[in-house]
Design a protein. Structure first.
Length: 233
């Protein structure tokens, strides 16, 4: 059995070699494991950095490869590629869940296959790559992994991002942005449900439910758009 201090099996599966193995280990460490095994650090800080690095790489690629797209179209395209579902899918494609370090309760509950946990760990992995190997190699890794998404038909992806659609609608008709608020978070740790409320210029309030906050926001935006269309705005 591999040592939890040696994530080399995962490193080899990625065909990468980290200079600082501690960065990779931190990226694979869920908060439930860190809480049970001090002084291990969870991947939450790395997740924050990785989110920004990933968004930059995808944004740059879309900008370079789609000169005819305007700002709104690029934002919508990017949102479909870096959505929670898309990041969880990318994590599964490299078997990231099998290498996560989880607390005993989380491990027994099947948390390693949770979309939200996989999404967060994937972003942490991107941060580890960036910090250890630099931007160029991180870009190579990300662009290869998301190649099919970036090459997909834009029109097919366009309809999937309701948050961007609502934002564009709001700015056009009301000159202000929608306001999202987390209303409720419920369920066991490994299977949380989120309910989000979105309000817009006192014209509409709608709710959405999902397995992640991003997913709930998308559902809330879709519901708001449906209500606005019903009102004929």
């Amino acid at each position: 059995m591999r040592s939890v201090r040696d994530p080399s099996r995962f490193e080899e599966s990625l065909s990468l070699r980290f200079n600082d193995k501690a960065l990779l280990l931190e990226a694979l460490t869920h908060s439930s494991y860190a809480a049970e095994n001090p002084p291990f650090r969870s991947n939450e800080r790395m997740e924050f950095l990785g989110d920004s690095v990933l968004e930059f790489i995808i944004t740059e690629a879309i900008y370079a490869e789609n000169p005819a797209m305007n700002e709104g179209e690029m934002a919508k395209f990017r949102s479909t590629i870096v959505s929670s579902t898309s990041l969880a899918k990318a994590a599964r494609s490299i078997d990231l869940g099998e290498h996560l370090l989880l607390g005993k309760g989380a491990e027994n509950s099947g948390l390693k296959d949770s979309d939200s946990i996989l999404e967060n760990a994937f972003e942490a992995l991107i941060a580890a790559l960036y910090l250890d190997l630099g931007l160029a190699k991180t870009k190579d890794f990300v662009l290869e992994l998301f190649k099919s998404s970036l090459n997909a038909n834009y029109e097919a992806l366009q309809s999937l991002d309701f948050k961007t659609e609502l934002q564009e609608f709001a700015m056009k008709h009301f000159k202000e942005l929608p306001n999202y608020r987390l209303v409720e978070e419920s369920g066991p740790f490994h299977d949380l449900d989120f309910i989000v409320e979105v309000s817009l210029a006192k014209e509409v309030t709608a709710h959405g439910k999902g397995k992640s906050k991003k997913g709930a926001e998308q559902e809330a935006a879709k519901s708001a758009l449906d209500k606005l269309k019903t009102k004929g705005i």
